[in-house]
Design a protein around this ligand. Structure first.
Ligand code: PSU
Ligand code: MN
Length: 302
């Protein structure tokens, strides 16, 4: 058997050159609480279908990497509290052990590209963690995006990360960053992380122009489109800062680290904001999917 398994619908759409949007599944298994996770996963797919494009949610079911999960497979990942979080290096291990896994931005990008998909929508990518100068904790999302020619739409990175260091690494790794209608790097829950970026695009066609030029040059890195949450939907900045500080305090007290730190901090931010961060997370995701659909359509027409 050759992996990943690509659904007939996705395979056909890719071969016809129709717009396809890849979606990750760590947001389902680890990013959102049950049962909201399953609802968000289904709504995301519906949003893409309603726009006339094809969704390709990517994940691992019983060890099989699937591009274009069927509804029953989505439900299994959403309800399995034992599902693991799989980055690229975990894919062969998850396959051999036949486990269920949510795929990170890195693993999803790897599999989406293998299936010929060009556009991927996520909430926020992973990046450089605070203290990385000594811990070396940097998400494999970054090195994977450096070598995977997709368009990834993300609301920047969460404030739990070292945003300045993440931007430096994006530069080092040759990953073009385009702010969507902004020259401020978004901070996921908030429209402005406090950090500037150098380039913006104002239309899906302008993004497609950069992608077309990248491909003509033979450059293999992803184009990262940094799409801020609409100002009216962002988290109150004081609440945001307080929740973040509390989450870090808890993580330090319990000695949480490694791949567990992201889900841990997010869970505490959700509790501390009484669910407001969850509503923002969902708004961010819907907003990124909408832009990804438009970019996929612009690329299909280019
Ligand atoms: N950022 C978020 N929420 C998430 C993640 C990132 O705001 O759930 C997930 C994504 O799937 C991302 C992964 O690819 O965490 C990065 O984890 P790590 O730092 O362990 O690579
Ligand atoms: Mn890590």
């Amino acid at each position: 058997m050759s992996l990943p398994v690509v659904s007939d619908e996705v395979r056909q759409a890719v071969s016809d050159g129709r717009p396809v949007v890849a979606l990750e599944s760590t947001i389902i298994t680890h990013g959102l609480p049950r049962p909201t996770n399953g609802e968000v996963a289904r709504t995301a797919e519906q949003q893409i279908r309603d726009a006339g494009a094809v969704p390709a949610t990517i994940g691992v079911v019983d060890g099989v990497a699937v591009v274009g999960l069927a509804e029953a497979q989505l439900d299994r990942l959403a309800s399995d509290s034992g599902a693991v979080k799989a980055s690229v290096r975990d894919l062969p291990i998850a396959a051999a052990k036949r486990v269920n896994a949510g795929t990170t931005v890195a693993a999803t990008s790897f599999l989406a590209h293998r299936a010929g998909i060009r556009v991927f929508a996520t909430g926020g990518i992973g990046g450089v963690h605070h203290g990385a100068a000594t811990s070396f904790d940097e998400s494999a999302d970054l090195v994977t995006l450096a070598a995977t020619p997709l368009v990834v739409v993300s609301a920047g990175v969460k404030s739990i990360l070292d945003v300045a260091a993440t931007l430096e690494r994006l530069e080092t790794l040759n990953i073009p960053v385009l702010g969507y209608r902004t020259l401020r790097f978004p901070g996921f829950y908030v429209a402005d992380s406090g950090h500037a970026i150098e380039h913006s695009a104002d239309t899906p066609e302008a993004v497609a122009d950069v992608v077309t030029a990248r491909d003509a040059l033979g450059l293999r890195s992803a184009v990262l489109v940094a799409n801020p949450v609409p100002a009216a939907e962002q988290l109150d900045s004081q609440l945001h800062e307080r929740a973040l500080a509390e989450a870090w305090q808890q993580a330090r007290e319990r000695g949480v680290g490694g791949h567990e730190i992201t889900p841990f901090l997010l869970d505490h931010i959700r509790t501390a904001t009484e669910g407001q961060s969850l509503a923002v997370n969902i708004a961010v995701y819907r907003n990124n999917i909408a832009l990804a659909i438009d970019i996929a359509s612009a690329l299909a027409a280019a």
